[in-house]
Design a protein around this ligand. Structure first.
Ligand code: PBG
Ligand code: ZN
Length: 326
């Protein structure tokens, strides 16, 4: 006999039943959150060219989608709005009759509490320059003025009945200010999902088509994390914990699995990861060319995000994956 007996790891991989019994991470539609776009002033859904299967919705079509999501066991939906009017301050963001509050009330009426209802909180869909808040003379987002807007947005969405608000603007102090604002208006039961580690990423391109939030000039590098920074993400996450976040988020997901794994190691809070528009579009683009099996690749990406430590995954493929039995 050899001095080095072979360790037979293949024993537990031999049959589908064995593999099923010993798999470490499993997909669960209850942990998917479907991002949706609701647009004011349209009569029918409008497809988003760079995101196959994704559309800008009317209130009626988003309600139909919510019913389908519930039927398939999808756990949640996160709302993004495209308003009829934009201005330099983004004031339509907190309009109680804007697209997000309107959709939130309609979805609640239709499906009750069967779905966890999230609202993204940022001003870039509501400003005419496409930045995440009002600008100073140099064209930089004014931190505290932006945060004031986020607080008003969050209260308007809480009034409309969402379970969770998710501030995505990466302004300093946004989580604490929103917590105070919600608590001061009787919304202490509404939770905050902090987009705590959100990177200045090229993978948001298709989203900006869908949300009509492309910047007229400039970028978001002055407030989002630099893609080269891993330790700084830990600081962002720790601050959002201190400010009262209920859930932490890392975004994008697949290119930042190291950040996600760090967050899982260091913080006991629930962790969300956002498989962003570009991650979704890449898989579809390759599948359209016949270069890979799109459904399998999407499932593997989401599984990897869960394996790295995400409890909840925001994915445009939520309904597709659930329909396919995952
Ligand atoms: C708004 C926001 C963005 C995304 C979610 N919230 C875009 C951005 O920061 O430019 C991106 C989501 C995606 O790409 O799917 N701040
Ligand atoms: Zn923004």
């Amino acid at each position: 006999m050899s001095r080095f007996p072979i360790v037979r790891l293949r024993r537990l991989r031999r049959t589908p039943a064995l593999r099923r019994a010993f798999v470490e991470t499993r997909l669960d539609p209850a942990r998917y959150v479907l991002p949706v776009f609701v647009k004011a002033g349209i009569d029918a859904p409008e497809p988003v060219a760079s995101m196959p299967g994704v559309a800008q919705h009317t209130t009626a079509s988003v309600v139909a989608l919510a019913r389908e999501a519930v039927d398939l066991g999808v756990g949640g939906m996160i709302l993004f709005g495209i308003p009829a009017e934009k201005d330099a301050e983004g004031t339509t963001g907190w309009d109680p009759d804007g697209p997000v509050p309107t959709a939130a009330r309609a979805i609640r009426d239709a499906v009750g509490e069967a779905l966890v209802l999230w609202a993204d909180v940022c001003q870039c869909e509501y400003t005419d320059h496409g930045h995440c808040g009002p600008l100073d003379a140099a064209g930089r987002v004014r931190n505290d003025a932006a945060v004031e807007g986020y607080v008003r947005d969050a209260i308007a969405y809480a009034d409309a009945g969402v379970d969770l608000v998710a501030p995505s603007g990466m302004m300093d102090g946004q989580v604490g200010a929103i917590r105070d604002g919600l608590d001061g208006t009787g919304h202490d039961a509404v939770g905050i999902v902090a987009y705590a580690a959100k990177y200045a990423s090229a993978y948001y391109g298709p989203f900006r088509d869908a949300a009509e939030s492309t910047m007229v000039a400039g970028d978001r590098a002055g407030h989002q994390l630099d893609p080269g920074n891993r330790r700084e993400a830990t600081r962002e996450l720790a601050l959002d914990v201190d400010e009262g976040a209920d859930v932490l988020m890392v975004k994008p997901a697949l290119p930042y699995l190291d950040v996600l794994a760090d967050a899982r190691d260091r913080f006991p809070l629930p962790l969300a990861a956002y498989q962003v528009s570009g991650e979704y579009a890449m898989v579809h683009a390759a599948a359209q060319r016949g270069w890979l099996d799109g459904e399998a690749a999407m499932r593997e990406a989401v599984l990897s995000i869960a394996r790295a430590g995400a409890d909840v995954v925001l994915t445009y493929a939520a309904v597709d994956l659930a329909r396919g039995g995952a």
